[in-house]
Design a protein around this ligand. Sequence first.
Ligand SMILES: Cc1ncc(C[n+]2csc(CCOP(=O)(O)OP(=O)(O)O)c2C)c(N)n1
Ligand SMILES: [Mg+2]
Length: 272
Amino acid sequence: MRTLQRKSIEYRKTILRIIKAANAGHTAGSLSCIDILNVLYNYVMDITPQNFSSPQRDRYIQSKGHSVEALYVVLADKGFFPAAELDTLGRFRSHFVGHPTRKVPGIEHNTGALGHGLSVSVGLALGAKYRGSPHRVFTLLGDGELAEGSSWEALMAAGHYQLDNLVIIVDRNRLQITGSTEDVMGLEPLADKFAAFGCAVRSCDGNDVEALTQALEQLPFVRGKPNLLLAQTTKGKGVSFMEDVARWHHRVPADEEYAAALRELETAEMTL
Ligand SMILES: Cc1ncc(C[n+]2csc(CCOP(=O)(O)OP(=O)(O)O)c2C)c(N)n1
Ligand SMILES: [Mg+2]
């Protein structure tokens, strides 16, 4: 567990480094979901550079595509491409752009226009069922993203087709781009809504790698039902002055903020 915890801190430092160098990025959303990606790629999913062309591999669709820096950092650590390529983020001719594209090794599907990832994942999970393939389909949604009606249409299909090979994780940080989800487009009672659409719903601390591993060890939650994990997260997690502050959605730290953020993460690493 200590290894995963250490990785989360290292990942956070790299996310901030590449966003700072590119002078652009979705800072707080990447810090919010990085523990989820850490546990998925390093503990749960069967996705490696070696098996990436195998039809049996698990699939990961990052529907909240704007948090692409988190995905790039984890894919580099998994060896999908040399870590040095991360430093090309946002540069002319680099494939490392502000939303996921399949030009980057390890990325399954282009995303970024919110509200599409779940439909794609439902299609992939249905395809796996038809073929009798045992692989699973994981998708990460933002909570603000749930204002897109297409998500609910996809969810209805997931329940109808009993897609227990589909794992939907909601990054429930309670903020979207301009403020609180409950102010902009209220979601509660969210767990009840997912249950009403036929999902098996679980909730855990989405910034705690141990809680995430324990929750995801229970997959499939219920046979014949899509799995829905409400990951209770904090946007900007790990850097106190970014935590739960809406404007860090898309803000790049100034020099002194960057230095303070790194100091805080290094202190957290030393006290692990
Ligand atoms: C269809 C669509 N509309 C608007 C946007 C602009 N946008 C990017 S991120 C975002 C907020 C998303 O909030 P949430 O899903 O909660 O993400 P997180 O808090 O995890 O960053 C918006 C509106 C978009 N990418 N796609
Ligand atoms: Mg959110």
